[in-house]
Design a protein around this ligand. Sequence first.
Ligand SMILES: [Zn+2]
Length: 154
Amino acid sequence: MRRGDKLPVRMSDVTARLDIEVIIGTGAPSRARAMAARVGSRWRVIINAATCPPAARRFQAAHELGHILLARCGAALDPAEAERWCNAFAAALLMPADDVRSHAMWPLDWLTRRFGVTRTAMRLRLVELGCLSAHERAAAVRRRASMIELGAGS
Ligand SMILES: [Zn+2]
């Protein structure tokens, strides 16, 4: 992440730069949350509105972008490996490690707004970066402070 880049990462800027169209499909026959498909010479990401909740769409689009980049590179990963790689790619793109580490003490809801991801995605990223225990310690301190403020603890 370069200094001056804004968070949350604007997926529409990223996909526009890569000439990838993202559409929200409403008539998708699949139970998949999203898919990447090549249409002529362009790639398209189709988010399944029926199975992918709005809060998860940015992560899902970033995940599908990972599949497109793998395909463009001709990388031959087995399907499970590709899924793991795409999840790691999406997490790194939307939740840059340095920025997560430097804000790990902040409340989870604040972090989810900063990075534009779900609570689950944020928690997994904190675990992945080894920040969850620091985050939970900070949350416990905040809870204790608010109990003291309410006169419920000492
Ligand atoms: Zn996938």
